[in-house]
Design a protein around this ligand. Structure first.
Ligand SMILES: [Zn+2]
Length: 449
């Protein structure tokens, strides 16, 4: 077999990325059986789940059988983590000694979920991200700046390692403020960057207004990889970013519990490839649960990370809503495309400033603080290109004397529980709308412009 050269084809893995569909499905089913068997034999959680469904790993023989395997919801992961071994619980499939990486979900939709990975898993993360970066034109001639607060969230960690794996030179832009980051990008003539769309636009704004730097003219960034928000798949936002930076902007999609499973290529086909060599993604009808294979019909993504071993992600209900594209991508990859990326979520959880927020998380904080009235209102708007978040509250008359303390506590708790900053508006007591049955405390006005 003649193996094509990566350089001539522009694929990170020329064989896997162009496998004929039939072979690709065969590969996925084989790997799927393997990971289900792995979890069944090693995790109490998975064994119980499958036994209750009357399912044994050997029952999976075809692509159609995949949908017979019970789904895993995020809430189930929280229950698991109350069990041994600490702190991950009984979905862990390796001895604790083999866990080398700790990450956690943002916890904005409730308690954070911890994510253990082995070193092999971490290599796998890098491999998934290498596929993304190579497809977006990252090469060993690139100097990549990563303006990200390296912390317990996975965010761009794997992107950092992958950029090294691809051969790029990587500049970690950790605890620098925005101005310092821009100056570093200029000083080192960085050629590529990874950030959320909100931050990409915010940086451009800061560069112009505070430093008199026009990123498109004065900086050398020519590729930007986005994550965390759908912006890079929203044509108008993408255009604004590309114009502000004089760069190509590419989207990718992933999650802490799943991995980096989808990516845009340099053909910019108006959608994202699913990395079907490492993941098995199916679209499920939101009402009937039927598997959707045809284009043009929206469904939610139920996804398996085929090679992740410490805490397997098997048939995870991502709640991401999307649809299959009508036509294959001109880039030649056989990995299927989801049209328009991931545009929304199956429930009311919403992304603000790149962070997932459930209205219930805000409610939890407001009601946690003594001295605050029961009523509140959250209003999300757009200020220019950035999300603006206002929380309207009432302070009870008897607590007026502690006003400053209450506001400090509120801000701290909100940041802690939702990872976001708010404009706090104190309204006179009893002035915010009251509701009888269902409250409308969460007002997302961003779409109205
Ligand atoms: Zn493509």
């Amino acid at each position: 077999m003649k193996i094509p050269k990566r350089e001539t084809l522009n694929y990170w893995n020329p064989i896997l990325e162009t496998l004929p569909l039939e072979k690709l499905r065969e590969l996925q089913v084989g790997k799927f059986r393997r990971i289900v068997k792995w979890a069944y034999e090693r995790s109490k959680f998975h064994r119980k789940l499958y036994q209750e469904a009357g399912l044994k790993p050997g029952d999976i023989r075809s692509y159609e059988d995949v949908a017979k395997v019970p789904k895993v919801e995020k809430a189930m992961m929280r229950d698991i983590q109350r069990k041994d071994p600490f702190p991950y619980g009984d979905a862990l499939c390796v001895p604790l000694e083999e866990v080398t990486e700790f990450r956690q979900t943002s916890g904005t939709t409730g308690l954070p979920v911890y994510q253990p990975d082995t070193w092999q898993d971490w290599e796998w993360w890098s491999e998934a991200w290498s596929t993304i970066l190579y497809a977006q034109g990252y090469r060993n001639t690139d100097r990549v700046f990563i303006p990200f607060g390296y912390n317990v969230f996975v965010a761009f960690w794997a992107g950092h390692y992958a950029a090294e794996k691809v051969g790029c030179e990587v500049i970690p832009g950790g605890v620098l403020d925005t101005e310092a980051r821009i100056l570093k990008i200029q000083e080192l003539r960085a050629t590529a960057m990874m950030a959320t769309p909100t931050y990409v636009l915010g940086m451009a704004d800061t560069a112009k207004k505070k430093l008199g730097i026009d990123p498109a003219r004065d900086l050398a960034i020519r590729k930007i990889t986005c994550a965390g928000e759908p912006g890079a798949s929203i044509p108008s936002t993408k255009r604004r970013m590309e114009e502000a930076w004089g760069a190509k902007v590419y989207d990718h999609v992933g999650a802490t519990e799943i991995g980096a499973w989808g990516f845009e290529c340099t053909a910019q086909p108006g959608g994202l490839h699913v990395n079907e060599a490492l993941f098995l993604a199916q679209l499920e009808d939101l009402e009937t649960g039927e598997i959707i294979e045809e284009p043009g019909r929206k469904g939610k993504v139920v996804i398996t990370a085929l090679d992740r071993i410490a805490q397997p992600c098997i048939r995870f209900d991502s709640k991401d809503v999307t649809e299959w594209a009508e036509t294959p991508c001109p880039c030649g990859r056989t990995f299927r495309l989801i049209k328009g990326g991931v545009a929304g979520r199956a429930d009311d959880i919403t992304k603000i400033k790149g962070v997932l927020v459930a209205p219930s998380a805000i409610e939890e904080v407001v009601r946690y603080i003594p001295g605050l009235g029961n009523e509140f209102e959250v209003v999300v708007t757009k200020k220019g290109d950035l999300d603006d978040l206002t929380l309207k509250i009432e302070i009870l008359p008897e607590a007026e004397g502690n006003r400053e303390d209450i506001l400090t506590q509120l801000k701290d708790q909100l940041r802690l529980k939702t990872n976001l900053g708010y404009n706090i508006e104190v309204h006179p007591c009893n002035s915010l709308p009251r509701y009888e049955v269902k409250a409308k405390r969460f007002k997302d006005l961003r779409k109205q412009g």
